[in-house]
Ligand binder design. Structure first.
Ligand code: MN
Length: 219
């Protein structure tokens, strides 16, 4: 007669490895016991590109579903939660675009100088990013050099959003675009990038003008 089976151990804590563990006796086999590794979420990238095209703006991009969702923020991000920054949604960009810093030649779409102003990773603070985007209310955290902590993008109407910092220890009334005007990858100014990238005299003048406006606002 078979020995009555003892109560089966609770393997729920092993999640998807419960069956693997149930089938093995680890005092006998030398196979490893199945332990759940910490969930390794692939880190999602974000980038902010300072772009002196027909006018200066900051392209704010969040990786989602294999592309970079993109918004053009004319005044740039603000660390002051009372500043709601207008953000016009633009076309999705390839993830490789995050590496781009240089000059878009005259006559081309977006012609002008592009700087990688900040970059890092981001984390949604919602379960379903697609749903949050459809609802027009996306809460997230940024882990950048200049931008950190909780933020929200709120849609007002078709393609028109507001980018707002949420209150935390990174919140400040200090103007980050003025305090930190340079590239996070090359430390260059817009003019430095323009010069190195073969900008036209007009593009170089625009880049210098944008650098100077940051410096003025810094005072
Ligand atoms: Mn742009």
């Amino acid at each position: 007669m078979r020995r009555p089976r003892s109560k089966p151990p609770d393997l729920k804590r092993f999640g998807r490895l419960a069956e693997y563990n149930l089938k093995r006796r680890f005092d006998v086999t030398s196979e490893p016991a199945g332990k759940l590794a910490p969930v390794r979420k692939k880190r999602l990238e974000f980038v902010v590109q300072k772009h002196r095209a027909s006018r200066l703006h900051y392209d704010f991009r969040l990786e989602h579903d294999g592309v970079m969702l993109s918004w053009a923020v004319p005044k740039g991000p603000s660390l002051d939660p009372s500043n709601k920054r207008f953000a016009m949604q633009t076309e999705d960009h390839p993830i490789e675009y995050n590496q781009f810093e240089g000059v878009i030649p005259e006559g081309e779409y977006g012609a002008g100088t592009v700087m990688i102003w900040d970059r890092g990773t981001w984390e949604p603070e919602v379960e379903d990013v697609g749903l949050a985007l459809r609802k027009g209310d996306l809460k997230f955290r940024l882990y950048g050099k200049k931008l950190q902590g909780p933020w929200v993008l709120v849609r007002m109407r078709e393609r028109q959003w507001l980018l707002i910092k949420h209150r935390d220890k990174a919140a400040t009334t200090r103007d980050i675009t003025a305090a930190k005007p340079r590239s996070v990858v090359s430390r260059r100014t817009l003019a430095g990038i323009a010069r190195a990238g073969g900008a036209s005299p007009r593009q170089l003048a625009h880049a210098q003008e944008a650098d100077a406006s940051s410096a003025v606002r810094d005072r």
